[in-house]
Write a protein that binds this ligand. Structure first.
Ligand SMILES: [Zn+2]
Length: 302
């Protein structure tokens, strides 16, 4: 059994409005096939499309306020109602209380303790890793969960050696934004196939991208559509290379944002969770909120 958690920060289920919601406007054949031909919108119900179960997932967790990254990510990785425990939705970076909860146990530490191999598969730029190391930059909740489990964040070397992918999936941002001319740039099909291959080296892999949330905060519909269409094409490559009997792919998010570009804030919307693979039948019924994902994945590993 293996599991890949494919985490897209800040995507929720919004209205069928192509002027405000890139999930309504973009051409997303792979995503929409996973949800039975429906777009990923608030009107799309829980359903099994034959290869995946699509689950509108509660990110509010009974706590007032707009869901935030630190508590949402910590809920996903620990299975605990972290916003309820600390009394608020908190983010973007975890405070002392959230860090303590992550250190008490998260998917990485629980699975490592069972002798299973866990990894992050998204590479981080050299200056970013150096700033984390020096304490000049705070770790996100996802990064802190890996840190307390001694799971390294992949580096530029890992990206170059195709042991990790870029948060933009293809790697072109490392050339255009970071001005690193010698990193590999993949086609979407290649990136998806590489993700499948890397996942086979571990029992549990986590690929996280922050770009969806960043685009939401900037309210850039054109960029949002382009990035979702890129994700769709990468997912097509991943699903081509993925054998449904080998494990599960879980796509999820921590809170809404990108699906409502009428404002720059997070939303109260449910987020999409999609469970792909034959073993989806063992866990999908357990999942209706962010806190259900970690227990479901742990149960898969016995
Ligand atoms: Zn977030």
């Amino acid at each position: 059994m293996r599991a890949l958690l494919l985490f897209l920060d800040g995507i929720g289920l919004g209205d069928d409005d192509p002027n405000l919601n890139p999930f309504a406007a973009a051409r997303l054949p792979t995503l929409n096939a996973l949800s039975g031909g429906h777009k990923w919108l608030r009107t799309t119900p829980r359903l099994d499309s034959g290869r995946a179960v699509f689950i509108p997932t509660d990110a509010q967790l009974g706590v007032a306020g707009r869901p935030q990254s630190a508590t949402g990510q910590a809920a996903i990785l620990t299975g605990r109602n972290v916003p309820a425990e600390i009394g608020e939705h908190y983010g973007p970076y975890p405070n002392e209380a959230v860090r303590a909860i992550l250190a008490e146990g998260n998917l990485h530490t629980h699975l490592s303790a069972r002798g299973l191999r866990t990894a992050r598969l998204d590479a981080h730029p050299p200056h970013y890793l150096a700033e984390l190391e020096r304490g000049k930059r705070l770790r996100t909740a996802m990064q802190h969960a890996a840190y307390v489990a001694n799971v390294p964040l992949p580096s530029l070397d890992d990206l170059k050696a195709c042991r990790a992918l870029s948060a933009d999936f293809l790697g072109d941002g490392w050339r255009t934004v970071l001005k690193l001319s010698d990193v590999p740039v993949h086609t979407p099909i290649q990136a998806g196939a590489l993700l499948a291959e890397l996942t086979r080296r571990y029992h549990f892999s986590l690929f996280s991208t922050w770009i969806t949330d960043e685009i939401g905060h900037h309210r850039d519909l054109g960029r949002a559509i382009a990035f979702l269409e890129r994700f769709d094409a990468v997912l097509a490559g991943l699903l081509d290379a993925w054998d449904d009997s080998e494990g599960v792919i879980v796509i999820t998010s921590d809170h809404g944002n990108l699906e409502d570009l009428s404002h720059r804030k997070h939303t109260h919307n449910a987020v999409p969770s999609v469970i792909i693979g034959a073993a989806r039948h063992q866990i999908a019924d357990q999942i209706s909120a962010l806190t259900d994902i970690a227990p479901a994945l742990l149960s898969l590993f016995g």
